[in-house]
Write a protein that binds this ligand. Structure first.
Ligand code: FRU
Length: 498
């Protein structure tokens, strides 16, 4: 039995009135993605279902840049769409092993006791906290840190982001790590009582498969160093096991088998939600669905994030399945349909060149496009388009490279906004139409293509008339079987309505 340590105060994010007023009219701010009330969010932490509520924790800092010490923000929901903000779950304890921040981790239930594991910094150590009032407040374990050092004799690149599960009469824990210059690693620990942990072996390692190709590349550019795996997420899915790792660049996943406490990867897929989706974290809901969250990073300058007073968002929840070819299938949760408002439909339209859809407008939309590519080189949808097309964002299928492409290079006239071209491989089966589901939410764009490829981007249009939608087919013809567009409702009254 763990003896509880210090109790946390009910600290909550404080947002002053001027900032609140700015946020209320900020058109870049998402209206139906989960966000803290203001300031900085990065990784989703410890998603879990408990006594009728979905709980979501997240990395929070009360400043944007420079970032402050990390807290665990906390919110709960009955549908994974609408959220109630709760007091901070974890705050750094002065003089404690987490004095410089409570970094990422996980949640689990130990004999009816909700329990969190997380990384205290600096140095990186593993800590534990429990709740005896249904997650309203959290008490830190008096024996923290429960793991004070990386395994003896191992030189590691990092040691963080624990995740715990029960196996037989033991607790097992993964910790994200890596071996300098060699590759990432997920370290496996075992315990009988959650207080004392033995290092077992690496659950899985893989050689460096990505290299930073430029000295100027930022830590989160699309090419990552690959010798530090953050936020490992390991779980059974169908007949297989899946390991997700965030490589300080992108999210990779491995599908394979798990036996003798070792993971054998049979397939390695590059990216979950290519682009700005990072630090993915999943949980199993009470219906047995495996649901994934991620951090949607920004693509604008630090100065722009600071003057906005907020940064980052949590992705929409995705349901995961193993597809017939052994890759992950990712679909937006059906629960999101409760946000659909006014509906517009186009059916059976042949497109050659550009077909405007003048009745569909907005920055808060779900668009479902089913399209047959007849003989086109590239075909897709243009969104957030100004009437003169000076600002526009496109999502298309490039038949030659068999890629879904999200192009944000012309999304914004602002020099503060970084545009990019995000690509995800998608092989269409013979006769299979392109099925794009696009969620537009202020500056967030999430794309699901045939459930097999996801792309996430950020756009910061400057013009108030950059709200148009159209369909295009370059060099050839495509047939829109159906296009359904829904105006999406805001999830709380403090958001804008479009
Ligand atoms: C991933 C990450 C984690 C760390 C957390 C700190 O984005 O770097 O490895 O625990 O963020 O906020």
């Amino acid at each position: 039995m763990l003896s509880p340590g210090s109790t946390l105060g009910a600290e909550s994010a404080q947002v002053d009135a001027p900032l609140q007023q700015r946020l209320a009219v900020d058109s870049q701010r998402p209206q139906y993605h989960f966000l803290p009330k203001a300031h900085w969010v990065n990784d989703p932490n410890g998603p879990i279902f408990w006594k009728g509520y979905y709980h979501l924790f997240y990395q929070y800092s009360s400043t944007v840049f420079p970032q402050g010490r990390k807290y665990w923000g906390h919110a709960r929901s009955t549908d994974m769409v609408h959220w109630e903000h709760l007091p901070m779950a974890l705050a750094p304890t002065p003089g404690g092993p987490d004095k410089d921040g409570c970094w990422s981790g996980s949640a689990f239930i130990n004999h009816d006791v909700p329990t969190l594991v997380y990384t205290g910094v600096f140095p990186q150590v593993q800590c534990l906290a429990t709740s005896d009032d249904d997650m309203a407040t959290w008490k830190k374990f008096s024996g923290n840190p429960m793991v004070a050092l990386p395994p003896a004799g191992l030189a590691v690149t990092g040691f963080r982001d624990p995740s715990v599960w029960r196996e037989g009469d033991s607790w097992l824990m993964t910790v994200g790590s890596g071996f300098p210059g060699q590759g990432g690693a997920v370290l496996l620990y075992g315990s009988k009582d959650l207080a004392h942990w033995d290092y077992l072996h690496p659950l899985f390692t893989a050689p460096l498969f990505e290299r930073r190709d430029s000295a100027r590349a930022s830590r989160y550019d699309s090419v990552g160093a690959g010798d530090m795996w953050e936020c490992p997420d390991f779980f059974p899915l169908g007949q297989k096991h899946v390991l997700l790792v965030s490589t300080q660049g992108r999210v990779h996943y491995f599908v394979g088998t798990y036996s003798d406490r070792k993971f054998q990867a049979e397939a390695h897929h590059l990216i979950v939600g290519s682009g700005l989706h990072y630090a993915s974290k999943s949980f199993e809901d009470h219906q047995g669905r495996r649901i994934l969250w991620g951090w949607v990073r920004e693509a604008r300058s630090e100065a722009a994030q600071n003057s906005a007073g907020w940064s980052g968002a949590i992705s929409l929840p995705r349901a995961l399945l193993i597809d017939s070819d052994g890759a992950l299938r990712m679909d937006p949760l059906p629960e999101l349909a409760c946000l659909r408002g006014r509906h517009h439909r186009i059916a059976n339209a042949e497109v050659s060149g550009f077909l405007p859809a003048p009745h569909i407008q907005g920055s808060s939309l779900e668009i479902r496009l089913v399209m047959e590519l007849i003989d086109v080189t590239e075909s897709g949808i243009s969104v957030r388009r100004s009437p003169d097309a000076v600002e526009e964002t496109t999502i298309s299928y490039d038949a030659a490279s068999q890629n879904v492409v999200l192009a944000t290079g012309r999304s914004s006239l602002s020099p503060e906004a970084g545009g990019a071209t995000y690509r995800g491989a998608l092989k269409l089966y013979p006769g299979e139409p392109l099925r794009l589901t696009v969620f537009l939410d202020g500056s967030v764009v999430e794309v699901f293509a045939n459930g097999r490829t996801c792309l996430t981007g950020r756009i910061y249009p400057t013009r108030s008339d950059s709200r148009g939608v159209g369909i295009f087919a370059r060099e050839g013809r495509a047939r829109v079987k159906s296009l359904d567009a829904y105006e999406m409702k805001a999830i709380s009254p403090d958001r804008l309505t479009t």
